[in-house]
Design a protein around this ligand. Structure first.
Ligand code: MSP
Length: 656
């Protein structure tokens, strides 16, 4: 049977729209699938949306939508995004799909029949953010370690999965299988969790009196299934269940997650699989967080990076390249546009782009853009060829073992060596001296090596790889791997047919020019001069801006201007720039006002602040949400700031 590769991303919650973190995990799955296809394997991945549970119900309620309508909308955002980011070869699974729900019920029944589920009373600290109970030992200073909030003490009768029965076995398995959880630091962390003895049986039900949005337990209609027990089973339901052909073919597969969900994957899931009598997954691949200014991206902090905006600004391939090159898999990485521009300019424009543009231009001039036939090789040719073959080998091995940054670095050492080879062999001199035999060999070595580099790029930059291969006269598509098995490319030189026509030029990665920051003194001097030079015009402009018709005091008084305190702030679910504010106006009550502040304030930073607002503006619906007034702001230098009373004032106080 042919080799089959199967990997999963987390099944993302649909309480918020997709961001860079989701995009990264999904791009990694896409590129690993591509690499395995490039090795001649049948490969695909599963991603999807996790649609049950408290969190979703709360988000739907906040948006004034029934849960199903709400999850349909956000799940669609995820489904629409992936093709736009060049992501392919996946199945999109939804936990609300009838096939998934049926499979969850079948497997729950199986575990129940095997005697691994029991009914019992339980008191525990429940964190609504995590949707799970915490034991005393797991809490940090009485707070949920993830959300740093105080969990609620709940006593309930519930169903429990006998996880503790499997814990010694899991611990032994992880201890003996060194790369079961990788990189190593997460294996140690998982062992630490098991070591601490903090884990017990897993509560796998929620009474319908508290939550109805879930999959009903097949053995008790008064309960729904705990969202994690439901979601993890997607990895199997997406293959059609344990009896399906795809399951026989693809299971056990690989999982890919970030460190936030290590525990369910390292502990709950192996115990569930063991109880169901199913083989364990091959590896759990755990990556770190993308941080923005040293903080994890989060909706409430308002520092979310939108992957589509990055694609539009920098191009999808360059964006993907930066992510793979910048994050050392397992560690956190900082997302930073300046660093991205530097990386694109250095690696893509200077190293790779320059290599293609100079070699193709020279070949057009010397050989009318046809591939010359090579002649006898000199030691420096053999040296660069050997370096290339071992770079390719390193690239494939490192990439397979999720060391993406290191794999790209190995490939780039070769790209940089090729540029040096151009410099040292100086084809222009050979042309000038009419040493055409030698020139043919040098140009052939370069072009054949460039073809191999372009093939390696296919998993990371599918479009760029295709364009470069097409420039080298190869047929290539983003859907089908450019060669049947990349390992054949590693074992021997060549692969480029002499005599074929190739492109005359290449300009795939132009440099990104950024406006240079001026040194401070120079800037001050310039600003002063400019201020002086423009004083007259500015004066005129100010006067011009002030030419709204005069109004009398009575007209001014028709505006109901008041002071209020922001008691809640969140991002508008359908408009990136807008914050939804709940403001307390004292005797006038609480009002919802929408304001275009999302680019300037983190929502949490606004809670508790006093603001000035006009309340008798006609209420207006903005992207589905009502705004009952407007907060007053000042705009200068393209930045917006809030107007606030200079001293604390009572809510509802008149502004005059
Ligand atoms: N629904 C669960 C997963 C169930 S899997 C059976 C869940 N969903 S989630 O929407 O919160 O997604 C978490 C995952 O999104 C992380 O594990 C990671 O793959 C990705 N990321 C979200 N934020 C991230 C960063 N800031 N950085 C990198 N990836 C992160 O947990």
């Amino acid at each position: 049977m042919e080799n089959a590769f199967y990997i999963t991303t987390p099944i993302y919650y649909v309480n918020a729209k997709p961001h860079l973190g989701h995009a990264y995990s999904t791009m990694v799955a896409d590129s690993l699938v591509r690499l395995h296809q490039l090795m001649g394997e049948t490969a695909f991945f599963v991603t999807g949306s996790d649609e049950h549970g408290d969190k979703i119900v709360q988000a739907a309620a906040k948006n004034q939508q029934p849960p199903q309508e709400f999850v349909d909308g956000i799940s669609q955002c995820f489904q629409d995004l992936w093709p736009k980011l060049g992501i392919q070869n996946y199945r999109f699974a939804r936990t609300t799909s009838p096939t998934h729900q049926k499979l969850v019920q079948d497997l729950l029944q199986k575990v129940y029949d095997a005697g691994d589920i029991y009914f019992g009373e339980f008191s525990g600290h429940y964190c609504y953010g995590c949707e799970r109970f915490y034991t005393d030992k797991e809490l940090e200073n009485g707070l949920c370690p993830q959300h740093l909030t105080k969990p609620e003490l709940i006593t309930e009768r519930n169903y429990f999965f006998k996880m503790s029965k499997y814990l010694p076995w899991i611990k032994e398995y992880i201890t003996e299988h060194h790369d079961f959880i990788r990189p190593e630091r997460y294996r140690s962390e998982a062992l630490g969790m098991l070591e601490a003895g903090a884990l017990d049986d897993l509560c796998i039900s929620r009474p319908k009196s508290r939550l109805t949005w879930g999959i009903e337990l097949p053995f008790d209609r008064n309960y729904v299934c705990y969202v994690w027990f439901d979601a993890l089973l997607t990895y199997i339901s997406a293959l059609g269940g344990p009896e399906a052909q795809d399951f026989q073919r693809y299971w056990p597969g690989e999982h890919l997650v970030a460190k936030d969900i290590l525990k369910p994957h390292a502990v709950f899931w192996p115990a569930m699989l063991k109880s169901m009598g199913l083989p364990l997954y091959k590896h759990l691949n755990v990556h770190g967080y993308w941080l923005v200014r040293d903080t994890k991206m989060s909706k409430s902090l308002g520092n979310i990076v939108d992957p589509l905006a990055m694609k539009e600004q920098f191009g999808n391939d360059a964006f993907r390249y930066y992510l793979f090159r910048e994050m050392h898999f397992g560690s956190d990485a900082s997302f930073n546009q300046e660093a991205m521009i530097k990386r694109i300019n250095a690696d893509l424009a200077n190293d790779l782009g320059n290599l293609f543009s100079r070699v193709l231009a020279m070949n057009a001039k010397y050989f009318a853009a046809t591939v010359p036939s090579p002649n006898a090789k000199l030691p420096q040719d053999t040296q660069i060829i050997d370096l290339g073959l071992s770079a390719l080998d390193n690239f494939v091995q490192l990439f397979r073992h999720i060391k993406f940054a290191e794999a790209l670095e190995a490939l780039w050492q070769f790209v940089r060596a090729l540029n040096k080879y151009v410099d040292s062999e100086a084809p222009w001199e050979l042309y000038k001296q009419k040493e055409l035999e030698r020139l043919s060999t040098v140009m052939y070595v370069l072009l054949a090596c460039m073809r191999k580099v372009a093939i390696c790029l296919w998993p990371v930059m599918p479009h760029a790889s295709c364009t470069l291969l097409q420039q080298l006269g190869q047929t290539a598509s983003t859907n089908t791997p450019p060669v049947p098995d990349i390992r054949a490319e590693i074992s021997c030189f060549g692969g480029l047919q002499a005599g074929i026509q190739i492109a005359k030029q290449s300009n795939l990665f132009p440099r990104i020019e950024v406006a240079k920051k001026e040194p401070r003194e120079a800037k001050v001097a310039k600003d002063t001069k400019e201020a002086k030079d423009t004083k007259d015009t500015k004066d005129t402009k100010d006067t011009k801006e002030a030419t709204l018709p005069n109004i009398d005091i009575e007209t001014f008084k028709t505006a109901d201007l008041r002071v209020g305190t922001i008691i809640e702030a969140s991002k508008h679910p359908n408009a990136d720039k807008i914050l939804v504010l709940q403001i307390d106006f004292g005797p006038l009550g609480q009002k919802q006002i929408l304001s275009g502040l999302a680019n300037y304030y983190a929502p949490d930073a606004l809670v508790g602040r006093q603001v000035c607002a006009i309340l008798n503006l006609k209420p207006r619906k903005i992207r589905g949400l009502m705004s009952n007034g407007m907060v007053l702001t000042a705009e200068s230098n393209n930045k917006v700031c809030l107007l606030m009373p200079e001293k604390p004032s009572s809510n509802g106080a008149h502004i005059a």
